[in-house]
Design a binder for this molecule. Structure first.
Ligand SMILES: Nc1ncnc2c1ncn2[C@@H]1O[C@H](COP(=O)(O)OP(=O)(O)O)[C@@H](O)[C@H]1O
Ligand SMILES: [Mg+2]
Length: 261
């Protein structure tokens, strides 16, 4: 059974259909990249997976559990939506760090809020808070930021900010980590350091969905590629097939633009 199963997701904004019948599966420990022109619906799809948008139609399952069903979603409480959202982590294009908090505070904030919401699991709160802090520090160390824990976002480069954002997303132990063009706000020399940590996560079998324009990265690191066009999946498959032997004319045109550039 696939870890993530997406079935027939549809989404319109007013009269504009943005996603049409999006269906795909992702196995645990695998990395999926989503490529496609600007406006093809990639961000909206990631936002649907994280319940930041509500699909009009379709089903999302994680580990066999239905976490979204358009038919029954209106009855869902905010608390239950927040619980289900924990299956997914999202790293945004523009980092979205809290400017008033240090790197470590940014990473620990959500787990601390969650701790306040849940009733301590019988262990002293102080001990649980210390655990959150030491895990946050370990995640920042994994991201190569052990000397930056106390820095504020304005004291960090874009690449460092994005690595803090990745640590923050991991802090809640999501089943599936999603990235929306994680390097497109970065200078080329900072892109490499972010792609490197994502590559390391892939090597540790983190299940990931990555919207990206980095075609070489998608080809080398990802196990599966989806090419989106006008709100639909135009073509999907293993990277060696989609990149080396695309079947659809739209895919060929899209990839040709990257080869020329
Ligand atoms: N909140 C919204 N309201 C209306 N239209 C939207 C909204 N969000 C996205 N869209 C439209 O949906 C389409 C897909 O956008 P998006 O998912 O951002 O594409 P991509 O990430 O592939 O560039 C675009 O035409 C965009 O203008
Ligand atoms: Mg986008």
């Amino acid at each position: 059974m696939a870890l993530l199963e997406v079935e027939n997701i549809r989404k319109s904004f007013g009269k504009t259909r943005v996603l049409t019948d999006i269906s795909f599966n992702l196995e645990k420990g695998r990395t999926l990249s989503i490529i496609g022109s600007s406006g093809s619906g990639k961000t909206t799809l990631l936002r649907c997976l994280n319940f930041l948008e509500t699909p009009d139609h379709g089903i999302i399952r994680v580990g066999g559990e239905t976490v979204f069903n358009a038919e029954t979603w209106n009855n869902m409480s905010e608390k239950e939506i927040r619980r289900r959202r924990l299956h997914f982590g999202l790293v945004f294009q523009s980092f979205n760090l809290f400017p008033q908090y240090t790197a470590l505070e940014n990473v620990c904030l959500a787990p601390e809020l969650l701790l306040n919401e849940e009733a301590g699991q019988g262990r002293p709160k102080k001990e649980l808070l210390e655990e959150i802090r030491s895990r946050g520090a370990a995640l920042l160390t994994d991201m190569g930021l052990s000397d930056r824990m106390g820095s504020y976002p304005h004291q960090l480069s874009g690449g460092q900010c994005q690595r803090v954002a990745i640590a923050r997303a991991l802090a809640l132990r999501p089943d599936i980590l999603c990235f929306d063009e994680p390097t497109s706000a970065l200078d080329p020399e900072l892109t490499g350091e972010v792609l490197r940590v994502i590559r390391e996560l892939a090597e540790k079998n983190t299940t990931m969905v990555i919207v990206t324009h980095e075609m070489a990265f998608a080809r080398d690191v990802c196990h599966h590629v989806i090419f989106m066009d006008d709100g639909r999946i135009c073509e999907q498959g293993p990277p060696e097939e989609v990149f080396n032997n695309p079947q659809q004319d739209r895919t060929k045109q899209f990839l040709a633009r990257y080869r020329e550039g």
